[in-house]
Design a protein around this ligand. Structure first.
Ligand code: PGA
Length: 333
C-alpha cells in the first residue's frame, strides 16, 4: 500500500501550468522546436497549419511569454522556448519510460501476434506492424495475406489473433469488428487512356471498357460487380487476376481498366503510371476493419494491437488526405 503521509497533495503544488497546459500543446511545440518550422511540425503530426498555430498561441498565452520569434521565413526559439523544450523532453522521456514499464508489466515484452489480412491490406498492414514493433520490439510477428474467403476460413479454425478486412457483413461466423481507416475503391486506367481527365464518366461508358477483375473470393471483386449490377449493367471482363500488383501492371500494359483500392497506389502516389478516372458512383466507400470472432478472448498482445490499430486512424487518414487531396471529401471523418 502507498503511505499517504509521504505523498505531496496536488493542491500544494504550483498548479497554473498543470491546470492549463495540455500534453497535445507540448507535443506540437516540441515538434516545431525540433524541426525549426511550423509547416514541418504540422506535417509530422498530420495537423493543419491553423491548428498548430492555435495550439502554440494557447500555450504562449498560458506561459505568458513568447516561445518563438520569426526570423525571415523561419522561426527561432526564445529563451523561454528553449527552457520549455528541455522540460518537454523530460516529460516525454518520462512518459516513454512509463509506457515501457507498463508494457513490461503487461507481458508485452515477449509475446506473439499472428495477424491475418485480406490481399489488399498488404499495402497497409506491414507499415502498421512496423510502427507497432517499434513500441514492442521483443514481439514475434506473423502476417498472413490471403483473400477474404480464405480469411473467413482461417477465422473458423482460429489460426490468427486478429484480422484486417474490408467488409465483414457476409461473414458466416459472428465477428467483432471496428473500422479504423478509409479504404476507397477507385477506377484505374493507364495515364494515356482517353477517359483520363473526363468528368463524371457514366457507368455505361465504363461497362464498354475491357475490365481486369480480381479473383473469386476477393472483396473488391464483389464490390465491383455489385456496382455494375446496381446499374443493371454487365461489365466487359477481359481478365481475372489474383494479385493487385499484377492487375496494376496489366492496366499499365494497356490490357484494360480496373477497380482497386486507393491503398494499392501508396508507394507511387498520385503521379505514377496509373490515373484515377472520375466515374459516377466512385469511389466506392469502404473501410478497413480490425476483426476477430465474437467471444474470442484476446491475448494481451492482440489487445494492444487492437487499440493500436484504432488509435492509428488519424495518422492513416492524414497520410491519405495528403496524398489524395482531391478525394478528401470522400473519406470518412
Ligand atoms: P480483397 O479484400 O483484397 O480480398 O479483395 C479487400 C476488400 O475487401 O476491400
Amino acid at each position: 500500500m502507498v503511505d499517504e503521509k509521504n505523498l505531496t497533495p496536488l493542491t500544494s503544488m504550483p498548479n497554473h501550468l498543470i491546470r492549463h497546459v495540455t500534453l497535445r500543446q507540448l507535443q506540437v511545440f516540441e515538434a516545431i522546436y525540433r524541426l525549426g518550422s511550423f509547416t514541418r511540425g504540422a506535417e509530422e503530426l498530420f495537423l493543419t497549419q491553423p491548428t498548430v498555430s492555435m495550439q502554440i498561441k494557447k500555450l504562449t498565452d498560458v506561459i505568458g511569454l513568447p516561445l518563438f520569434k520569426h526570423v525571415g521565413r523561419s522561426v527561432e526559439p526564445t529563451e523561454t522556448g528553449t527552457e520549455l523544450y528541455a522540460t518537454c523532453r523530460e516529460i516525454f522521456g518520462t512518459l516513454t519510460n512509463l509506457e515501457m514499464k507498463i508494457a513490461d508489466l503487461q507481458g508485452l515484452k515477449r509475446g506473439r501476434l499472428r495477424l491475418g489480412v485480406v490481399t489488399t491490406a498488404k499495402y497497409l498492414a506491414p507499415e502498421m506492424l512496423g510502427e507497432f514493433s517499434k513500441r514492442y520490439p521483443g514481439l514475434d510477428l506473423t502476417l498472413k495475406v490471403t483473400n477474404k474467403e480464405r480469411i473467413f476460413e482461417r477465422m473458423h479454425t482460429n489460426k490468427d489473433d486478429l484480422y484486417i478486412m474490408g467488409h465483414t457483413s457476409d461473414s458466416e461466423i459472428e465477428v467483432e469488428s471496428h473500422s479504423f481507416a478509409p479504404n476507397p475503391l477507385v477506377v484505374m486506367a493507364p495515364r494515356d487512356h482517353p477517359l483520363v481527365g473526363v468528368e463524371n464518366i457514366s457507368m455505361e461508358e465504363i461497362a464498354k471498357e475491357p475490365l481486369i477483375i480480381r479473383e473469386i473470393g476477393s472483396g473488391i471483386r464483389d464490390a465491383t460487380l455489385r456496382a455494375f449490377k446496381a446499374k443493371g449493367l454487365t461489365p466487359n471482363i477481359r481478365m481475372e487476376l489474383g494479385s493487385n500488383d499484377a492487375i496494376k501492371h496489366s492496366v499499365v500494359g494497356g490490357l484494360g481498366i480496373s477497380v482497386l483500392s486507393l491503398h494499392s497506389l501508396t508507394l507511387e502516389g498520385a503521379d505514377g503510371p496509373l490515373a484515377i478516372l472520375d466515374v459516377e458512383g466512385f469511389p466506392i466507400l469502404r473501410n478497413w476493419y480490425i476483426t476477430y470472432p465474437k467471444g474470442k478472448e484476446l491475448s494481451l498482445v492482440a489487445q494492444a494491437f487492437h487499440s493500436f490499430a484504432i488509435d492509428s486512424e488519424p495518422e492513416i487518414h492524414g497520410r491519405m488526405q495528403k496524398m489524395w487531396p482531391a478525394l478528401t471529401k470522400y473519406f470518412k471523418e
